[in-house]
Every structure is written in C-alpha cells, then in structure tokens.
Design a protein around this ligand. Structure first.
Ligand SMILES: *Cc1c(COP(=O)(O)O)cnc(C)c1O
Length: 305
C-alpha cells in the first residue's frame, strides 16, 4: 500500500445521534484503508517491517493478548510481505477468531505463561527469543518505539495532504504511539486530542513525550489527553457507551468497535453536547480501525451479520 493512495474522508450525516447533530465531524476512514490490516496498526508496523527486510531478517516476532489488533495486523502484513511471523501470546486466554485469522495467515502462535509474558521488556529475554528464532526481528508489544511513531507520522501527512484546516483532530489512544506520530506531523489543526482507552493512564502524557523524544521528533501542534472516557477500563464498556455506539452506527452507517474508536467518538459527542466544543468548528476524527475485534462482543453482533 503506498501512501499516495487516497484514504477515504467521510463527513458525518447531519441526522442527529442521540439528539445531537455531528455534521461538523469528518471521519478519516483508516478502517477502510489497508485491506485485512486496515487501521493504525499497519502504519505502526510499516517501519519495523521495512527494517526486517533491510536487515535480511525473514522473521518477525511480537507480543499480544488473544484479542490483539497488533498481532492480527502483523500476521496479515507479514504474509503480504512474505515474512514469517511469530506471536508470543499472553497465556491463559481462550482461542479467539483473531488468533484463528493470524494462524490462517501463517503466524506461528506461541502461548506463554503470564509470568513469562511479563518479561517482554527485559533485554535478556528478548535476546533469547531473537536467538531462538534467528534471524528474527523482535517488535515491541503494540508496535511502538521510534519506528512505530515514525510510521504514524505518515497518517499526519495523509491528513496534511487533504489541504483543509481542523479546529480539532481526535484519535483514540492506547500506548500513545499513534498520538505521538500525529503530534509530530500535523500541520493543519489548532489542536490534537487523544482519548485514552485505559483507566488510570496517568503517566500517558509522559509516555507520549518520551516517545517523541526517543524518535527525535517534536510536536508541531498542541496536544492533550482526555482520561474520562475509558468507560470502566480497557476493553470494558458502560451502558452509556453501548447506547451511543448503537445509536451512532444506526444513524451514520459507520462501524465502530468498543475498545477504542467508540470511546473516542463518544468523547467528541459529549464535548459537542455539553457545548464545550462549538458545532461550527470542524473536527477530524481519525478512525483507527480495529473492527475485527467486534467479534468479541456478543451484544454488538446480535441482530447483525
Ligand atoms: C491500537 C489501537 C489504537 C491505539 O493506538 P496506540 O498507538 O497504541 O495509542 C487505537 N485504535 C485502534 C482501533 C487500535 O487498534
């Protein structure tokens, strides 16, 4: 996938979602761009995988849980590039359709105990893994690090190329890698807002600063985090979030998933509804994908497909 390909930008319908018009919001549909590995994870992986190819490493290994969007994308993109992929899977979890996909794309799945999984940042452990599967590139959990950040700068460049100005650009945040890349690249927004999908992510701003520093990059746009939309914690939902997601999808015909994108867009909806954001100011919502994870939520799938 080259960067010049057009990422769909779609304005939200003016029909109200829970009594509120969201017509000032446009959605950058990364969820519709990149085939089976649509979303931000393809961008996060791009530089890592380029490095594997440059260094002649035919194998790439990384880490994740049974619902990891990162491992799912790694398996898909690795298969596209002809790289072997290995997923170290956090133990004690049931098999999932996500891991089934990854296996079907050729990823070798290696379940490890929770105790072993906790060592995923220890250099001695990483060296052992790299040696066991040599020649093998080890990519950090989630696809972060400077390569991940620089890959996400490319999302900002796609936005810059739209040649429009935004009062706010909004994105969901897990590790903060995508936010860091956007902050380093955006030239067409007054403000960048990251909505944390995790509860108690107090250190996240420092993590983003550090990710920028480690990448040798600086923010080009003021950015801040919202911590009040985790709706109970990572991968959890609240009745209000579920109601919003369902109302939104029904009106807008844009699918969301509960872990990241619904929370971030719920934040947008709440800020507009409370009047803290003006309905005349243009907002760009970066839809980071993750739709394959919808299969983990039975309430979401009742009555569709
Ligand atoms: C991983 C992910 C995010 C968060 O990206 P980070 O770079 O970890 O902050 C957001 N949305 C979706 C759908 C994701 O899969």
């Amino acid at each position: 996938m080259n960067n010049r390909a057009i990422v769909p930008l779609c304005p939200l319908d003016t029909a109200p979602v829970q009594q509120l018009c969201m017509g000032n919001v446009q959605v950058l549909r990364l969820d519709q761009w990149g085939g089976v590995a649509a979303g931000n994870k393809r961008f996060k992986l791009r530089r890592h995988l380029a490095r594997a190819t440059e260094q002649g490493m035919g194998r790439v290994l990384s880490f994740g849980g049974a619902w990891s969007n990162h491992l799912h994308a790694l398996a898909a993109v690795g298969a596209e590039l002809g790289l072997q992929t290995i997923g170290i899977i956090r133990g004690g979890e049931q098999p999932t359709p996500m891991l089934e996909d990854a296996r079907a794309w050729g990823m070798e799945l290696v379940p490890v105990s929770r105790q072993e999984y906790r060592r995923r940042y220890e250099s001695a452990y990483l060296e052992t893994l790299a040696a066991r599967y040599a020649p093998c590139l080890v990519v950090p959990e989630g696809g972060g690090g400077p390569e991940g950040v620089r890959g996400c700068v490319e999302i900002a460049e796609l936005i810059n190329r739209l040649d429009r100005h935004w009062s706010r650009v909004v994105v969901a945040v897990g590790t903060g890698t995508t936010l860091a890349g956007l902050a380093a690249g955006l030239e067409c927004a007054d403000e960048l807002i990251g909505v944390s999908a995790l509860k108690g992510a107090g250190a996240l701003a420092d993590t983003v600063q550090q990710a920028l520093a480690d990448s040798g990059l600086q923010a080009k746009v003021p950015w801040r985090l919202k911590h009040d939309y985790h709706c109970g914690g990572f991968a959890r939902t609240s009745p209000a979030l579920r109601a919003f997601l369902q109302a939104f999808e029904q009106v807008q015909k844009v699918q969301l998933e509960p872990v990241y994108t619904a929370k971030a867009l719920y934040a947008v909806h709440t800020m507009l509804r409370s009047g803290q954001w003006s309905p005349t100011e243009p907002v760009l919502f970066v839809h980071t994908g993750g739709l394959q994870g919808r299969r983990g939520y039975t309430w979401l799938n009742q009555g569709c497909e």
